[in-house]
Design a protein around this ligand. Structure first.
Ligand SMILES: [Zn+2]
Length: 388
């Protein structure tokens, strides 16, 4: 039994998205009594976690009272007007942490969700769930009382966050974006990483190799793998960075300084970029994560394959925020800077690869201006490249 549950646990951890709190069915007495209380372990591994509200499936989210009319309840909550006896639904999958009468709130239910958020529902007539019970998004958890109103708040680590950063009171829908939640002691800072609608950048002007295909087991196991079908029957491919708009690329580590160049005596396979510990590393182009994990001296490393034929690699990360197979947008935070693997300081070791070979990143980027070079690059099957 123990073994089965830990296997399931490992399975869930492996396949969960960027981050997840394991909703523990056993809460401390304080957790079952107090609405506002820190979530144990939430920031244990990293000071930040992100939730992508843009790729949630319909069954993963529910507005708490689909028939009601929502308005803001100062400062950060919402009040939904409906009718006595209406069913209140859990907003996401989770576990009931608190279900009791709380002074000043009336009948209250708190759900701890697997995505790191908690939702609070209060001023109810009664609950249909009990503490420790797992609930699904859309499952009825409580009943609206004679006021005909239900109040809802959202919390991260016991701190109330503005519910309007997550959803629209008007449409009842989640904002399609990825939010980064950062521990700031007694509060939580929220930053928008990508707006899905804005990030629907057009395909890159070059090559457009197919990214929907499944990676081979070799491609999933190693950092350096050739790109199948990159050349097909052609002897060369071209990349024309002059055609790229601002929306189509992003510098991997904003404000970074180069602390170690490509090449040199130690045949450095990339360039080392430094800002500070646990800083956001961004995907350079749209793409699909081919590799995310630990790899020898690289430590925690991410390799992203882009439709223009390039692969970019980001390593020594304190934490990878995306997993193999994830689609990423340019500018999306994919990892946090660290010093895992062979590294003596927190930095991002950045590589540009084509067909499994690494190239001098300076050929593609101007690291002084932190920009993409406005040039046309021809890459030959032999591996040589020409810039003009
Ligand atoms: Zn390096």
């Amino acid at each position: 039994m123990q073994k089965t549950s830990s296997l399931i646990l490992a399975f869930i951890l492996f396949f969960s998205g960027t981050f997840m709190v394991l909703a523990d069915n056993i809460f401390t007495p304080a957790e079952t009594q107090q609405i506002s209380i820190a979530t144990p372990g939430l920031f244990a591994k990293s000071q930040s976690f992100s939730v992508n509200f843009g790729n949630m499936k319909p069954e993963e989210y529910s507005f708490p009272l689909p028939v009601g009319k929502a308005q803001k309840k100062a400062p950060y909550g919402m009040l939904i007007k409906t009718q006595e006896g209406d069913a209140v639904k859990s907003m996401f999958n989770g576990t009931v942490r608190l279900s009791r009468h709380v002074q000043g709130y009336g009948r209250t239910i708190v759900i701890r969700h697997r995505n790191g958020l908690e939702t609070v529902y209060y001023d109810l007539r009664g609950a249909t769930v009990k503490v420790g019970q797992n609930v699904k998004a859309g499952q009825t958890i409580g009943i609206v009382g004679e006021s005909g109103e239900c109040c809802v708040e959202m919390m991260v680590n016991g701190c109330v966050i503005n519910i309007e950063t997550i959803l629209s009171l008007h449409t009842h829908k989640l904002h399609k974006k990825t939010l980064l939640f950062t521990n700031a002691g007694k509060s939580v800072k929220i930053k928008t990483l990508t707006e899905s609608s804005a990030a629907e950048s057009e395909d890159l002007p070059d090559i457009n190799i197919e990214l929907d295909k499944e990676f081979t087991s070799y491609e999933q196991r190693v950092v350096s793998a050739p790109t199948q079908d990159l050349f097909n029957n052609k002897s060369s491919i071209t990349l024309d960075f002059r055609k790229y708009t601002e929306k189509q690329w992003s510098f991997p580590l904003p404000e970074a300084k180069v602390i170690s160049q490509f090449g040199g005596g130690r045949r450095h396979s990339g360039i080392d970029l430094k800002t500070k510990a646990n800083d956001n590393i961004l995907s350079v182009f749209d793409g699909i994560v081919r590799f995310s994990g630990k790899y020898y001296g690289y430590g925690n490393v991410i390799v992203i394959r882009h439709s223009n034929g390039l692969e970019t690699l980001y390593s020594h990360n304190s934490k990878n925020l995306v997993k193999a197979g994830d689609k990423v947008k340019c500018g999306q935070v994919i990892a946090l800077t660290g010093r895992t693997g062979r590294a003596t300081t927190e930095h991002c070791h950045f590589e540009v690869r084509i067909n499994g070979k690494y190239y001098d990143p300076n050929k593609f980027f101007d690291f002084t201006k932190r920009s993409l070079r406005p040039i046309k690059i021809t890459v030959y099957k032999s591996g040589s490249i020409k810039s003009e």
